[in-house]
Design a protein around this ligand. Structure first.
Ligand code: 8YV
Length: 312
């Protein structure tokens, strides 16, 4: 008898094929499966989900035999870890394997804003270059100061890449870090004041909710750029939209938003802003590696073993 698992959002086909081969997979995102899922609730022992989707407590309560929530990502902000623990449910993530791609996305967004890549692409396609239109000058990353908000694995990888572009790195981190020569600031406002680019890499939690607020953005200043590859909730979106529209910061490169994918439409019109649909870890190579970890965690749990990358 195959075990039943619930898949909250799609994964790579090669990974889903292996899930299908090993388990009876119920796809929560497929409306056609709704009735079958209702009937299978008492049998489901494992859930695979994404970092931005997680699993609500209401869903956890509907799954009496659930023993593992395998997150295909590193963010745990959409799963109540202590509630899961109180029910003896393992929560696992995919640490390490997505670090480089998310850091790359931070650099890509930064360069896209500095060099106006989406704007140039539009100008060429619309024939305005051929028509003689001049393109405004961009700005160089070299010699600029980048302030990293949250010096975890992704923050460090982004800092290392920024150094290769000739940037000076400084950071703010909640806990003290000893093994880096980068300048540490005591507060986010101080970091923003001492940065040309502020790069948000910190995990979302109640403690980091809206920590990039109006004061931080005002300290970043009218030539400053905000990059966010972490979670929308870390940034006060009212303050960010106001700062972009008033020109109190110069621009933003954003991969994540509070209410994604139905983000606030004001972002569609925000000046000097490059938007991505949460693609930090979304490469074939990385999603394969993440999928392997999800498969390994679920297999270990169902075999009665400790899942390899459990976080709670
Ligand atoms: C993924 C993420 O896009 O790691 C995370 O927490 O948000 C991303 O890597 C997501 O988990 C896939 O849905």
């Amino acid at each position: 008898m195959k075990e039943h698992i619930l898949l909250v959002e799609p994964m790579m086909k090669s990974i889903e094929d292996r899930l299908d081969a090993a388990y009876t997979v119920h796809r929560l995102y497929d409306p056609a499966e709704a009735t079958a899922i209702e009937a299978a609730l008492p049998s489901i022992r494992a859930v695979a989900t994404g970092g931005a989707s997680g699993l609500s407590n209401a869903w956890i309560e509907r799954l009496p035999r659930l023993g593992i929530i395998a997150i295909n990502g590193v963010g745990t902000d959409k799963v109540d870890l202590s509630f899961a623990r109180s029910r003896n449910i393992h929560v696992t993530t995919t640490p390490g394997v997505l670090t480089d791609d998310v850091a790359d996305m931070g650099i890509a967004l930064l360069l896209a804003v500095l060099r106006r890549i989406p704007e140039g692409d539009r100008m060429v396609r619309e024939g305005r270059w051929a028509g003689g239109e001049l393109f405004p000058l961009g700005r160089s990353p070299k010699g600029k100061r980048i302030g990293i908000v949250g010096l975890g694995q992704i923050g460090r990888a982004l800092g290392e890449r920024a150094e290769a572009f000739g940037m000076a790195v400084r950071y703010w981190n909640r806990s003290n870090i000893t093994d880096t020569a980068w300048v540490r600031h005591e507060t986010l406002v101080e970091l923003a004041r001492d940065s040309d680019i502020l790069a948000v890499c910190i995990a979302a939690s109640p403690a980091t909710q809206s920590i990039v607020n109006a004061d931080v953005l005002s300290a970043l200043g009218p030539t400053g750029i905000l990059v966010n590859v972490a979670r929308g909730s870390v940034v006060d979106e009212d303050a960010l939209l106001a700062a972009l529209n008033a020109g109190t910061i110069a621009g933003a490169g954003l991969d994540v938003f509070v209410s994604e994918p139905r983000i606030r439409e004001d972002f569609y019109r925000a000046p000097n802003t490059v938007l991505m649909p949460h693609q930090g870890s979304a490469t074939i190579e990385t999603r394969e590696a993440m999928g392997e970890l999800v498969l390994a965690n679920i297999a270990a749990y169902l075999a009665g073993e400790q899942p390899p990358t459990v976080v709670n």
